[in-house]
Design a protein around this ligand. Structure first.
Ligand SMILES: CC(C)(COP(=O)(O)OP(=O)(O)OC[C@H]1O[C@@H](n2cnc3c(N)ncnc32)[C@H](O)[C@@H]1OP(=O)(O)O)[C@@H](O)C(=O)NCCC(=O)NCCS
Length: 400
């Protein structure tokens, strides 16, 4: 019988995120090179890691063809220089890809099958536009298994505005603007940069280095946002200013059993407490994190008031706001995305789950008064994912 273990997040890094498309910094960069670069960065800054002790490498991507195909976990492990004895796999749960590689590798560690694992994800949305090449079964629409709007994420966000009239465009825009401001402040304070692995990039101008997230718009104003088009519905409420942009990027984490992490002196940034995934009606996809969070809290024996920090993926403002309203949190609650989120940083689908964890881990270091934190995100076709983490730096009872 394998010995059960506590699961810890040892470390996580990511590439700077790029704007998808021809003008973006990664247009000439392969998707697999992004995740390989991140993995090399992770290994280099954890010199105590005996790479032959890595039991598995799980790398997610939503589109698994071309330079995101061929079992990314295995190919990326070889390209990153891990010993050939280390196996790897690829996985897809759309936006929660990396969150799911963390939960599956974490579960294997918790069960005692693995000691150490690498989990992450990549999405080059410029080279692999959302849904491109997918052959959606006609039964979905013909048999009305899902609402036609369910297949366009922006349309599901418009549906949330319809369902909850209290979620106004004004609130969504303000949340988007605040995300931009919080990310700008976090950058100015040097909080984001330490976990970015610079990537060499080629353009018509020659070689360069990507060192920061490219999609940020710190100059955003409410007046500017009010003028933007609403591409998912005429006279709608969802715009480029209150949505996450199309993004290229990769993120990767090192997980281990707490005993092995201590034995090898690897360091512990977070302890996994519980995780859950859940489904909702696909046409209101953004509500997914509500039941997944309720489930994860239940499994952990915690309530929402026990959570001192939230890293919520901002696929769309309205989607985060629906979560906040459900749990009775204010739009500008300081516990929520204190360093901003995906609206400003970007959301390269299958990598974002680990981006949330990287950010939460850094926040934990600064907040020994906080015991529990939560990472959560919505997922295409009506799902949500949540992982609850404990702060190893927590310095006393009674804090949150
Ligand atoms: C919303 C969306 C369609 C916009 O795409 P886009 O039109 O290519 O976006 P752009 O960055 O070109 O922005 C559109 C315009 O808004 C402007 N804009 C964007 N954000 C702005 C801001 N914060 N303040 C002011 N202007 C802004 C841009 O400058 C651009 O103006 P222009 O047309 O004059 O050049 C796209 O980002 C999208 O699909 N997002 C959702 C992604 C998604 O579904 N992810 C999965 C979630 S589950």
């Amino acid at each position: 019988m394998a010995e059960r273990a506590e699961v810890v997040f040892v470390d996580g890094v990511r590439t700077p995120f790029g704007r998808a498309g021809e003008k973006g910094q990664y247009w000439n960069t392969r998707a697999d090179d992004l995740i390989v670069k991140a993995m090399i960065g992770l290994i280099e800054r954890n010199p105590n890691l005996p790479t032959d002790r890595v039991d598995d490498v799980g790398i997610a991507a939503t589109t698994q063809t071309g330079d995101q195909g061929l079992t990314l976990g295995r190919t990326a492990a070889i390209l990153a220089g891990l010993p050939l004895s280390v196996p790897g796999y690829a996985l897809d749960r759309m936006c929660a890809g990396a969150m799911t590689t963390v939960s599956t590798i974490g579960a294997a560690i918790g069960y005692g099958a693995y000691d150490i694992g690498i989990a992450g994800g990549v999405e080059h949305m410029g080279r692999h536009p959302m849904g491109f090449g997918a052959d959606v079964n006609p039964r979905f629409i013909a048999e009305k298994l899902v609402d036609p709007a369910a297949l366009a994420m922006g349309a599901t966000a418009e549906n949330l505005h319809d369902r909850f009239p209290a979620l106004t465009k004004e609130r969504a825009d303000r949340f988007g603007m605040r995300s931009q401001q919080k990310v700008a402040a976090a950058y100015a304070a040097g909080k984001i940069q330490p976990d970015l692995i610079p990537v060499a990039i080629a353009s018509d101008a020659g070689w360069g280095l990507a060192t920061q997230d490219e999609g940020m718009r710190p100059e955003t104003t409410m007046e500017g946002l009010a003028t933007l088009k609403t591409p998912f519905r005429s006279h709608g409420r969802v715009s480029a200013g209150n949505s996450s942009p199309l993004t290229d990027g990769a993120a990767v984490s090192l997980l281990a059993s707490e005993t092995v992490a201590k034995e090898l002196n690897l360091g512990v940034k977070m302890r996994m407490v519980s995780f859950a995934f859940a489904g909702v009606e696909p046409e209101v996809m953004g509500l997914g994190p509500v039941p997944s969070t309720e489930k994860a809290l239940r499994k952990a024996g915690l309530s929402i008031t026990d959570v001192g920090l939230f890293e919520l993926n901002e696929a769309f403002s309205v989607q985060v706001l629906s979560f906040l309203d459900h749990f009775g949190l204010d739009d500008d609650d300081p516990r929520v995305n204190p360093w901003g989120g995906a609206i400003a940083i970007g959301h390269p689908l299958a990598s974002s789950g680990v981006r949330l964890m990287i950010q939460l881990a850094r926040e934990f270091e600064e907040r020994p008064d906080v015991r529990y934190g939560l990472t959560a995100m919505c997922v295409g076709l009506g799902q949500g994912g949540t992982i609850i983490w404990e702060n190893p730096h927590f310095a006393g009872k009674g804090g949150k």
